[in-house]
Write a protein that binds this ligand. Structure first.
Ligand SMILES: NC(=O)c1ccc[n+]([C@@H]2O[C@H](COP(=O)([O-])OP(=O)(O)OC[C@H]3O[C@@H](n4cnc5c(N)ncnc54)[C@H](OP(=O)(O)O)[C@@H]3O)[C@@H](O)[C@H]2O)c1
Length: 380
């Protein structure tokens, strides 16, 4: 329907002047499917504003894939993602390598939650294609992956706070020649919710079970409680600053002991009450003197720590809504009042919108050939 609207607004000659941007989408979960819907729904906007038309030439999930070299029609795309949401396969088998006839100007979009896409991303890079990632894992993996992926033909805004402009703000500060001295951030809405529950006096176990029941956690809540997701986001920011760190260098405070990894999810949810007392002691210690509890990341002096902290309720970290995210940049020019980006930092629709923004930004840069480098090679 939107396609028809675009055609009504643009004569055939106008339509032919639009940049036709081929896309290969890896991942058709909540974010990937929302992205397809948003691409279809914003065709007129991107034709008018950016002279751009996204042409989806391929789709892949973990087990199947489908290609249409001329681009799938919009109604076909919508049918495909509706069927996918109902558990149907896309068609052909899993995608092990990029098709030879994929155009060199293709952008490969990774909205999977898997490291298994890495060979496809590296192959795309080797062929000069663009890459847009919502998937943090390739960028938070070994430094060799980062070096291969984090270049001028990649965008990864949504890896740190969904559509919040965190990565673009950091790029602006770096382009400004400012010195980023310290970054602090609350990067997990789930852990923010839990901190608020603990401050309100709820026992830890009860708060964890409620967060799971409300759908705020991953199916296995330990994936949130372990702090790794927040650590990966912070690691990406640290690497953009030129710090050559890996996950092994990050100090991550897990909110449960490693022995509990051996339990099933159900066993963990029953056993988690054993953590009520130690968590209460930690809360009392950190919130003494009226401070408030946050699960925060701090990048300073080449070191990265992620864990529970007590903060001044009047500080930027102290003032955010419990489930929101915030990143605060302390810089040479933003020193007494540091620059903060905050708001909703998770959600499939808002994340898809951030991916779409990255696509527009990268497609335009690839058109003009004027894409700036996106990461410092070394800290200086
Ligand atoms: N949701 C958010 O708020 C948010 C915010 C920021 C960033 N992100 C990131 O965005 C990504 C997607 O999130 P989501 O909520 O959409 O996750 P999801 O619902 O779990 O979807 C993941 C999708 O990736 C597919 N996949 C897995 N391995 C693959 C492979 N090797 N090749 C191609 N596709 C593969 C899965 O295939 P099957 O369908 O076959 O299982 C599934 O379709 C994640 O990396 C997440 O961390 C999410």
């Amino acid at each position: 329907m939107t396609l028809h609207l675009a055609a009504e607004l643009y004569s055939p000659s106008d339509m032919s002047t639009l940049q036709q941007q081929p896309l290969l989408l890896l991942g058709l979960g909540g974010v990937g499917r929302a992205l397809v819907r948003q691409i279809v729904a914003t065709r007129t906007r991107h034709a008018e504003r950016n002279r751009l038309r996204f042409v989806i030439v391929g789709l892949a999930d973990s087990a199947s894939s489908l290609f249409e070299p001329a681009g799938f029609a919009d109604d076909h795309l919508i049918t495909l993602i509706e069927r996918k949401a109902q558990g149907e396969r896309l068609g052909d088998g899993p995608l092990h390598s990029l098709p030879d006839d994929l155009p060199a100007e293709t952008i490969v979009v990774d909205t999977s939650a898997s490291e298994a896409t890495l060979p496809l991303l590296l192959a795309a890079k080797a062929r000069g294609m663009g890459v847009v990632l919502a998937n943090k894992l390739p960028l938070a993996g070994p430094l060799a992956w980062w070096d291969a992926l984090a270049d001028e033909r990649s965008r990864w805004e949504t890896t740190c706070g969904a559509a919040l402009p965190v990565i673009s703000t950091l790029n602006t500060l770096l382009d400004n020649g400012d010195d980023v001295l310290r970054i602090e951030g609350a990067l997990s809405g789930t852990l923010g919710f839990l901190c608020a529950q603990l401050e309100a006096g709820r026992p830890f176990g009860e708060a964890v079970r409620e967060a799971k029941a409300l759908g705020y956690t991953e199916p296995d809540p330990r994936q949130d409680l372990g702090g790794l997701d927040a650590a990966r986001k912070a690691l990406i920011l640290a690497r953009m600053l030129g710090y050559r760190l890996t996950m092994a260098d990050v100090s991550v405070e897990s909110l449960y002991p490693a022995e509990m990894d051996a339990l099933s999810v159900e066993e963990f949810l029953r056993a988690v009450d054993a953590l009520d007392a130690p968590m209460r002691r930690r809360l009392d210690e950190l919130t003494a003197g009226g401070r408030c509890l946050r699960y925060a990341a701090e990048i300073a002096d080449g070191r990265l720590r992620v864990g529970l902290v007590g903060v001044d309720p009047e500080s930027k970290l102290g003032r955010i809504r419990s489930s929101d995210s915030i990143v605060v940049f302390h810089t040479r020019y933003f020193s007494d009042n540091p620059l903060a980006v905050s708001g909703r930092g998770a959600g499939q629709e808002v994340t898809a919108s951030g991916v779409l923004g990255d696509l527009v930004n990268l497609a335009r840069a690839m058109r003009t050939g004027a894409a700036p480098r996106r990461a410092l090679a070394t800290q200086n």
